[in-house]
Design a protein around this ligand. Structure first.
Ligand code: ZN
Length: 284
């Protein structure tokens, strides 16, 4: 009888339900409804399928840095719009107010257990984490801070690529940030690059791929152009899992794939080994 009832009523899957965005969110992978409080409690991991919800820059920093040890640097007051691109200034202003954040990257210093580090985390909530002049400048300054303070550098990347609204100026940030990483390397300082979902375009083709240790978060999409573009240009069928973290590990592009739950533990271990060897004089 009940079955009959459902047959007649036609059951609607979750994707058709009108969601109350303030309290509940739909998992993009399993399409189950999850209370926002539960998502926060589980460190942005879906309790049904283990999928990762995207993290803001601040949440990312909080997930690895000791409480109250984070000091933010290079907060930008100025809004840049070098090409006077239509509506670009307004968009930035709105995002600054709603996210309470100046740009698509948050930078500073903090401690992972007892080890002090310089850290930056990108944020896809701010124009898909795209890299314009302000993001490029903030990342470069963060790298230089690491050189000045002689501290290891950690960058969490999450980006759709270059900021289209700033055209050529955005592309110049690729060379600028890469050059700064070169300087960091000459100073014998450690750079741990963590690529999270998604790390693509100009960010993947510059500083994010220049880590001494390359970490990819489990399941992250990492690549330059998207799979659809590659498929259309080359006329080939791409293999399963193409451009995912695990695929990149199999093909030698990253050193390790780490789950979100193990990220802090992994970073702590790398820092301990690195600093111990540096003290012993094994590393210069
Ligand atoms: Zn799920």
């Amino acid at each position: 009888m009940i079955l009959e009832h459902f047959k007649r009523k036609k059951y609607k899957p979750a994707k058709h339900i009108n969601i109350q965005p303030n309290y509940i969110e739909k998992c993009p992978k399993c399409e189950n409804m999850v209370f926002k409080d539960d998502i926060d409690l589980s460190k942005k991991v879906c309790p049904h399928c283990g999928n990762y919800f995207s993290m803001s820059a601040k949440e990312r920093i909080e997930s690895v840095i000791e409480k109250d040890s984070f000091v933010e640097y290079f907060k930008e007051k100025k809004i840049r719009d070098p090409l006077n691109f239509p509506k670009y200034r307004d968009k930035q202003e709105k995002l600054r107010t709603s996210l309470k954040q100046d740009e698509a990257v948050v930078c500073g210093t903090g401690k992972i257990n007892n080890n002090k580090v310089v850290i930056a985390a990108m944020d896809t909530n701010f124009m898909m984490g795209s890299m314009g002049t302000t993001v490029g400048e903030k990342i470069t300054k963060t790298i230089e801070l690491s050189i000045k303070k002689k501290l290891p550098l950690i960058i969490f990347s999450a980006s759709g690529g270059a900021r289209m609204q700033e055209g050529m100026f955005s592309l110049m940030q690729m060379a600028k940030t890469s050059q700064a990483i070169g300087k960091l390397s000459k100073n014998n300082l450690l750079f741990i690059s963590i690529m999270t979902n998604p790390t693509t375009g100009g960010v993947s083709a510059s500083f994010a791929s220049l880590g001494d240790i390359m970490i990819a978060e489990k399941g992250a999409l990492i690549g330059f152009a998207g799979p659809r573009v590659i498929q259309q240009v080359t006329g080939t069928v791409l293999p399963e899992g193409f451009q995912r973290a695990e695929f990149l590990l199999d093909h030698g592009l990253v050193d390790m794939v780490v789950t979100r739950e193990n990220m802090k533990y992994t970073l702590d271990n790398i820092l301990k080994i690195h600093l111990k060897n540096k003290k012993r004089g094994i590393l210069r």
